[in-house]
Design a protein around this ligand. Structure first.
Ligand SMILES: [Zn+2]
Ligand SMILES: [Zn+2]
Length: 274
């Protein structure tokens, strides 16, 4: 997602990957041929904003179709049924996200690009390397986010100044994945970039990690418990019902994706728990 930041934070740039990533090399070559464009300091923020809207679109479409197809409502676990109220919430959310990108994400991307001189490695990672790096990033980001999220709830000043905006609607909808204060948005991006830097990700793996990270955040806030959702396939995954409970009760279920940190520190909530 953040091509320029990826290379800025990533010390693997220019290093040789010992084994040629036969499957991924054509993909990586495609990006390399366009690196002039991809390393633009303005492109990552634009791509991130558009990717978020595109990933939200299927769930927003479900909300619209659900008003005419009542069968869909059995999968719905949150959301306002009034069309006018919904449209106003979506509009306000998009404006807030756009504003945060303009005042925060875009300047941060451009500034980091200026501070470092990014380079792209010639070789792609192998599929094994890419999978390992993406999985490691997800687990590390999940851990960092858990402790940061707990701190934002336990320290009143942090909650009011940083996290409260994200909790303004107890009923979630997909756009809320990035509907947070500028400070929170910046902190979460820093955690994601730090995770990738600590793992030593290849830029191609990191792009996939950021896209996956964005998709999982949208799924957490989608307001649907769909039969094909990831938490139905992977039992250690929290998913939308898990995060919906956090928004309803303003506590517990602090991890973004997996359940283990909440189980370990006794912050795990279910519908039955008080
Ligand atoms: Zn919270
Ligand atoms: Zn949330």
């Amino acid at each position: 997602m953040y091509f320029s930041l990826i290379c800025v934070m990533n010390n693997t740039c220019g290093l040789s990957y010992q084994r040629h990533g036969i499957l991924l090399q054509p993909v990586w070559d495609y990006f390399l041929r366009r690196q002039e464009l991809l390393l633009s300091p303005y492109l990552p923020a634009g791509l991130a904003f558009l990717s978020h809207l595109l990933l939200c679109a299927p769930f927003l479409a479900l909300d619209v179709v659900g008003r005419h197809c009542l069968a869909l409502n059995r999968y719905k676990i949150s959301g306002n049924s009034e069309t006018a109220v919904c449209m106003r919430l979506w509009f306000n959310s998009i404006i807030r996200i756009f504003w945060n990108y303009v005042i925060c994400v875009l300047p941060a991307t451009a500034l980091l690009h200026r501070l470092r001189n990014p380079e792209m490695p010639a070789l792609a990672p192998t599929c094994g390397q890419a999978l390992w790096q993406i999985a490691s990033c997800l687990f590390l980001f999940d851990a960092l986010f858990y402790f940061w999220h707990v701190a934002m709830h336990r320290i009143p000043w942090l909650y009011r100044r940083v996290h409260q905006v994200h909790h303004q609607n107890p009923d979630v909808f997909a756009l809320m994945a990035q509907d947070a204060s500028a400070a929170e948005l910046l902190s979460l991006q820093t955690l994601a970039l730090s995770s990738a830097a600590l793992v030593g990700c290849h830029p191609l793996s990191e792009v996939v990690f950021h896209l996956l990270n964005m998709w999982l955040a949208v799924e957490d806030h989608c307001g649907y418990d769909l039969p094909w959702a990831l938490h139905r396939i992977l039992p250690f995954f929290g998913g939308s019902p898990f995060h919906q409970l956090h928004h309803r009760r303003f506590r517990g279920n602090y991890a973004p994706y997996f359940k283990h940190w909440d189980l370990l520190f006794d912050t795990y909530l279910t519908e039955e728990s008080s």
